[in-house]
Every structure is written in C-alpha cells, then in structure tokens.
Ligand binder design. Structure first.
Ligand SMILES: *Cc1c(COP(=O)(O)O)cnc(C)c1O
Length: 429
C-alpha cells in the first residue's frame, strides 16, 4: 500500500489522500481478481481526486452568474496579515465588523444602515427572525404570487416557518391587490414581506402591489415593517457606474436604492449576484431595524468572515467611486461589446472547425430569467464539452443544437490563450 502511495507522489496530492486512493485501488483489484489492474486504477483514482479540488476554470458558458462556477467572479489578492476587523483605530477599543463594508454599502445604496451576513438566504432569515415580534403577534403577510423557491432548496414558506414568523398568504398566484393586504393586516401583523420573483416571470393577467403602496398602507405605524427580498443586489437602477447608463437587459430588475426610496424599511439581497462581489448577504434600511437584526442571537451565527468583508469593502468603494463598471469583472464582462468579443473569438479560433458565431449570454444565478445579452463566440459541430472539461485548465462550454459553443463574454481576456490551447487540443477529435 505504502509503495503504491509513494508511486503516486508526483501527482502532488498529500500522502494521506494517496493512501486512501491506494487502498481503494487494491480493494477493487482484489474484488475483481485482477491485481495487475491496481497501479493503473490507482493512477485514475488519484487523477479523479485532483480534479475534485477547487481550481480555476474557464467559463465559456456565457452564463455570467453561473451558480456551479461560483456566481460573480472577483479578484482577491492579499498577503497574510491582520486587519482592524473589530478594532476602532481611533479609540483603540473594540470596533464593529459592520463599520467598514456595511456602512459603505449602505451609503452606495442610499440606505441609513446595513448589516453584512453570510448569504442572501441568511439575510432574509435573520430579518424575519428579528422583526417577527415587532407587533403583538408574529404574522408576516406575503402574496401567494411571491411564495417562491429560489433554488438550492430555498423556499420562502420554509424560511418563514424556520424564522418563527407566521405566514399569512394573501391574493392568488397571479393577482394580488392592495385590498388583499389591507384586509389581512391586524394587531398581530409584524411584517409585510415582498419577494422579487427573481428566477421566473409571470405574464398575462397578473398584478402585484408595489413597495410604495405597501409602505403607504403601513403609514406611520412602527409595529409593522415592510421587508423586501430583492435577491440580486443591483445597487441603483440608474447604474451611475456604467458610462453608457443602464443596459436595456437590466430594465425590469428592482434595485436597492429605488426600493428603499419607495419606502421599504428593510431590503435583503445577495452580494454575489448583480452586486458583483463575493458570497454574502446584506440587510439594508432603517437604522433601528438594522440594529435590531444585529442584536439578534442569529446575527452571530450568520456573520460574514474577514476575507469576505474586505472584498466587499473594495466592491462598495468601487460603487461609491462610480468605477464599478471598470473595476468589477461582472460589469466589465456584462457590458463588453459584441464586436470586441467577436475579435477575441477570431484570435482564439485554432482553425476552421471552430467557427465564429453569434450567441446569447444570460445573467444566470436566478436573475433576469427572460433576458439574453447578444454575444459572440466559437462553435464546433458535435459535443466536445467533456473533452474541454478535462483540459489542464478545465473549459466549461455548452451544447446548443448539437454544437459545442464557447461564449467569449464570460471568458477573461487573460484566459484567451488557455482557451485557444484547449480548443486546439480537442480540434483533432
Ligand atoms: C438568490 C436569492 C436568494 C438567496 O440568496 P443566496 O445568496 O443564494 O442565499 C433569496 N431571495 C431571492 C429573491 C434571490 O434571488
């Protein structure tokens, strides 16, 4: 066993992992009565272990926020070292880990205050938990048209049940009116929850109630909060960080700034969708309610780590400087021109098998479900997606009508050469 493991050392995998691989190969060889197969099988298993490790890939799918590829891409490079994560440098006393990234995000979104947590799901979970006892009861009123499943098993009714909020459904699947909420509001109501149906669209005979109207219904009552889960974390629908203003494909997406301006008391969203940052979640809005969330016992359970907060601070600063369109890879990729992408495709193509093609990118990650972004890429007849995935730097492409398509929009220009090598490698197949 030891010898076999030693032989696998050139793979670079640590010894305990190689021993595990050797054991499995020996057991399989013994079961098959074929000891000669063991070394070869051990090599295969070691390679499989290596490919299981987290590693850089080329995203040629054209899906900008690909859930399987980690949603928004973000560069993080920092040397080992301490930060003033919870130290107030001016007083020398214990500080607050929300005082940097969260405060900057709040400013960028036009919110009084914000809290950063582990992801969008925990942001909503914490907000519901902390606000469910605002009134005498714990009722949270939601439209039946917004009782959605986001993906990865995140279902609004389940999250509400777990948070202790008592779900009160109003309206119907396709239509909910102001009167539906009005007749449901009572002394036990703590929350009016609005959820952006981020991953599907309903069209036809549909109606929902705008945040502005929900806020008007609550008026000056301080025992009811309007909480809006907008999901994607688009900071501002005017996109002041994009030289050309908001792209057409962004039109129907709710933004944090406008949702707060419309009267939402709290807005929750992910930081790795249209915000373009690392995995995280934000609760933004009224100071007293954000503080209530921060004081809740769950806040400690779902708090974000120092690395994430540091990365988010950079993201927030880029929105405040209005250069997020150039600094954040998500926006750079999303707004690259089709001409530019076609030129890169031409340079990458290893020969006539890979033809320049028009294609369509999508935002993905459960956002903008009915929107495509015109793009350019390379296409080859037949399915070589498996071969591309097994390249030294795995290339993830997609299959369209029997052709393998590599969309250039989601490929970093620095990866063009790697992509060219990979395409060349599979060209002969
Ligand atoms: C994505 C999304 C969530 C979940 O956010 P995660 O960061 O994936 O936990 C919740 N609500 C809406 C509306 C979403 O779009």
């Amino acid at each position: 066993m030891e010898t076999l493991a030693q032989q696998l050392t050139p793979t670079g995998l640590p010894h305990p992992l190689l021993v595990q691989v050797a054991r499995r190969a020996v057991a399989e060889g013994a079961a098959a009565g074929d000891p000669g197969s063991i070394p070869g099988r051990a090599g295969e298993l070691a390679e499989r272990e290596q490919r299981r490790l987290l590693q850089p890939v080329v995203n040629a799918t054209g899906v900008l926020l690909h859930t399987n590829l980690g949603r928004a891409p973000l560069a993080v490079a920092r040397p080992a070292g301490y930060t003033n994560l919870e130290l107030d440098l001016s007083t020398g006393r214990r500080g607050d880990r929300s005082s940097h990234s969260a405060a900057l995000l709040a400013l960028a979104c036009g919110a009084e205050a914000a809290l950063v947590v582990n992801n969008g799901a925990s942001a909503l979970y914490l907000a519901l938990s902390a606000l469910s006892a605002l009134s005498a009861g714990s009722e949270a009123i939601v439209s039946r048209g917004e009782l959605v499943e986001i993906g990865g098993g995140f279902r609004i009714p389940d999250v509400m049940a777990a948070s202790g909020a008592r779900l009160v459904e109003v309206g119907t699947t396709n239509r909910t009116r102001r009167g539906d909420y009005e007749s449901a509001i009572g002394p036990e109501t703590s929350i009016l929850l609005k959820v952006h149906t981020s991953n599907y669209r309903m069209t036809g005979f549909v109606a929902d109630v705008a945040v502005r109207d929900l806020a008007a219904m609550v008026g000056a009552r301080d025992d009811i909060a309007v909480v809006v889960d907008i999901g994607s974390g688009l900071v501002d629908s005017e996109c002041p960080w994009l030289a050309g203003g908001p792209p057409r494909w962004l039109r129907s997406e709710p933004a944090v700034r406008q949702t707060i301006a419309a009267g939402a008391d709290l807005v929750t969203f992910s930081t790795d969708k249209l915000l373009g940052g690392p995995q995280g979640g934000v609760i933004a809005g009224r100071t007293d309610l954000v503080e209530r969330c921060a004081r809740h016992a769950l806040a400690r359970v779902v708090r974000a780590g120092g690395l994430v907060l540091e990365a988010l601070q950079d993201v927030a600063l880029s929105y405040l400087r209005r250069d997020a369109g150039r600094v954040l890879p998500l926006w750079r990729m999303a707004t690259a021109s089709v001409d530019e992408l076609a030129h890169r495709a031409e340079a990458v193509s290893p020969g006539p098998r890979w033809a320049i093609t028009e294609c369509e990118s999508v935002m993905g990650g459960g956002t903008l479900p009915d929107v495509t972004i015109p793009s350019a890429g390379l296409a080859a007849i037949g399915d070589v997606t498996g071969a591309l995935r097994s390249c030294a730097t795995p290339v993830v492409a997609h299959l369209v009508d029997g052709s393998t398509v590599c969309d250039m929009r989601t490929v970093f220009p620095e990866q063009d050469e790697q992509l060219a090598r990979a395409l060349k490698g599979v060209s002969g197949s």
